[in-house]
Design a protein around this ligand. Structure first.
Ligand code: FE2
Length: 384
């Protein structure tokens, strides 16, 4: 739907007469009308091409309207479709059951045309609003993909991190919402690097203390970018705290112990592992065995959770996988050239978000727009 009056509305009703009546109203309002007379056809149509709104009768010949509603609201790609129940059973029990099944609104038969128009407009406004939010989320994910494309030396890092972190989350039995957050958080964890100037991010020599202070802004900058979007609420702790350490030596807040969010701990382990096992301008890739040893050493030093590290290593070994962050292992190498983990001396005023580099500058230089779009798409999927 590009504008409100182009909404595609699916009418599901076993009464042809009722469909024709609603169809007239929809056409008057400028909406596109799709119609099905049974629940299974409606579900198949919605799964193949989700409509912007569904008008659903409770009494269908095959499935119950409530079951159709529940299925729609349980589907990753369909759950945000507003469902307006229209039924002749206008008692309080039906109304309550419809709401419990996830229906967004309820209208009694015989339909009052003026009321139907008003409810339709309201529901289409809601759909339009949802689409706007979704587009905003998609834009942020696209931004994450463009940021990754900005640095050829770490190409694929976010994608790998997302895979490893979500696999570990699933392995330790996290809820599916958390696993999805790990997937998106892995992809978006370094979003805040948009505020780090190229001169600092790609500096070939050791960073000064001042430059490291600029780098340390990136978790909070990324968190601020995502803050307005509820769809990224679970992802924000990962972005904000992926450089924290259990012993309080991390950044940006120096959190300790259980104050470091679990999802951020998981993402950080994957981040460090990928950084260690991929080539960097300042060193070659370490072997997985050496990276495991370093992670175990960090766990023994109280910087990382030992159980998580063990589970992570076992999950990697079970897949015989490898692969890096350009900014992760600050505890291992205090002065990492050309990374966000180096440090030295001096302290400049950090640039404001978008001020230092400007989003457009790297989007323009994003090397492979198509691959950026393709990678972003995978992480937008399911947000609807
Ligand atoms: Fe980072």
């Amino acid at each position: 739907m590009t504008i409100a009056n182009q909404a595609r509305v699916l009418v599901v009703d076993d009464s042809e007469a009722h469909i024709r009546l609603v169809e007239r109203v929809l056409h008057d309002e400028g909406y596109e009308c799709l119609a099905d007379t049974c629940g299974r056809d409606a579900l198949a149509r919605a799964a193949a091409s989700p409509p912007d709104l569904m008008l659903l009768d409770l009494d269908l010949p095959d499935l119950s309207g409530l079951d159709v509603c529940r299925t729609i609201k349980a589907g990753v790609d369909t759950r945000l479709i507003p469902v307006l129940i229209i039924t002749g059973a206008a008692d309080g029990g039906s109304h309550l059951a419809a709401l419990e099944a996830g229906a967004d609104d309820f209208l009694a038969k015989p339909v009052d045309v003026a009321e139907l128009r008003a409810r339709l407009r309201s529901a289409v406004r809601l759909t339009h609003y949802i689409h706007e939010l979704d587009n905003a989320t998609a834009s942020i994910v696209m931004l994450g993909a463009a940021i990754e494309a900005r640095d050829r030396s770490t190409e694929g890092h976010c994608e790998r991190l997302a895979g490893m972190a979500s696999r570990l989350g699933r392995r330790i039995g996290l809820a599916e919402d958390d696993v999805r957050a790990l997937d998106r958080g892995g992809f978006l964890h370094d979003l805040g690097k948009v505020c780090v100037p190229d001169a600092v991010l790609f500096k070939p020599g050791p960073l000064t203390r001042a430059e490291f202070e600029v780098i340390k802004m990136h978790p909070l900058a990324g968190d601020r970018i995502c803050a307005p979007l509820r769809s990224l609420e679970r992802v924000r702790p990962i972005i904000r705290s992926h450089h924290e350490m259990l012993d309080g030596t991390g950044y940006p807040q120096g959190l300790r112990g259980s104050a470091v969010p679990l999802l951020a701990q998981i993402a950080a382990i994957a981040d460090v592992y990928d950084a260690l096992t991929t080539d960097r301008p300042y060193r070659g890739a370490l072997s997985p065995a050496r990276a495991y040893e370093i992670l175990r050493t960090e766990a023994l030093a109280g910087k990382r959770d030992g159980v998580l590290v063990t589970e992570f290593i076992e999950s990697c070994e079970s897949l015989s996988e490898g692969p890096g962050c350009d900014c992760a292992p600050q505890t291992l190498n205090p002065i990492l050239p050309s990374s966000c983990c180096g440090t030295d001396a001096g302290v400049p005023k950090p640039p404001t978000l978008f001020e230092a580099t400007g989003v457009q500058s790297f989007i323009d230089s994003a090397i492979q727009p198509r691959s950026v779009e393709a990678r972003a798409k995978r992480h937008v999927g399911g947000l609807r």
